[in-house]
Write a protein that binds this ligand. Sequence first.
Ligand SMILES: Cc1cc2nc3c(=O)[nH]c(=O)nc-3n(C[C@H](O)[C@H](O)[C@H](O)COP(=O)(O)O)c2cc1C
Length: 324
Amino acid sequence: MIRALDLGGKTFPVNLIQGPLAGVSCAPFRMLTWQYGRPAYSCTEMISCKTLLHQPDWVQQRFIRKHAEEGPVCFQLASSDPLELAEATRRVTDCGADLVDLNGGCPVKKIRSKGAGSGLLTEPLKLYQLISAMKKNTPQPVSVKIRVEGRNEKFNAELVKVISEAGADFLVVHGRHWTEHYETPCRHEAIQYFVEHLKIPVIGNGDIACLASLKKMLATGCAGVMIGRAGVGQPWLIQQLIAEMEGRVFTRPSLEEVGSIFLRHIEELAALLECEKFAVLQARKVAKYYGRPLSKRGEFCDKVNVCTDLEGLQAICRRYFTDQ
Ligand SMILES: Cc1cc2nc3c(=O)[nH]c(=O)nc-3n(C[C@H](O)[C@H](O)[C@H](O)COP(=O)(O)O)c2cc1C
């Protein structure tokens, strides 16, 4: 059911969330998601605490900039050091974080080898110290986003204990093991385990892209649902899902409008970073998502992949999103 969501003392009008996506979830993406989708909140991409505390200001802007026209934002931090995380939590709170999340699911070797991301799942004491450090350093709701372990009861029971005792306000569960790729379907029963064993709200995440997949996730009993990939290129998705849940007809934006949303995403990114080149490189990353409604999606992506400036990108969009 679509309903209000209470997380650590804050109430959000809906229980659908736009999740973190590295290389995508910057302020321009979140602004579009807010304008068209009105999620409970959107996440930043994972921010390394080392980047936040030690890199020059211009490197950090992409991660920490929150726009005045955005809705609530959850800043997601990655660390395995409680002191560093405490400092970073203070920093993002000062930057306007409405919620703060700890990444406990990243499968990337570089992150795991430092004991962060999904590496934390086998370090319960460290996880406890990290969550406690966040709680002490922000008045905002604190969450952890984890992957699942499968049927290992002892492992799961330990996680439940640590997350509760450390005082996390809620938990986000992506229903895959850290070794699993997207071909492996999300394990709803593993998410349900946490719903049934935790007193705090659990947000279910994995493979939600349509009404049927949303209903399947809500059937786990989770308090809310986080959408990842499906929200890219269709920032209206959350409003579409809400309408469909309520039996209302939703009119998707026209092809032309999708093209102009894509351009706005990239142009706003260029303005935010004061760097057209970087923004156009990012366009290559998101083209496959915005290109979903195109019959010539592959050709469109090929063209974006060799495009080097905004003018070129505008011409590509004119051709593919209007001339069909
Ligand atoms: C390109 C990409 C980047 C991601 N970056 C992050 C990240 O920075 N932090 C995080 O917790 N999860 C990240 N994820 C995982 C998603 O947030 C989400 O948990 C996962 O994609 C499953 O949800 P979905 O099936 O709705 O996409 C990323 C996933 C993708 C595909």
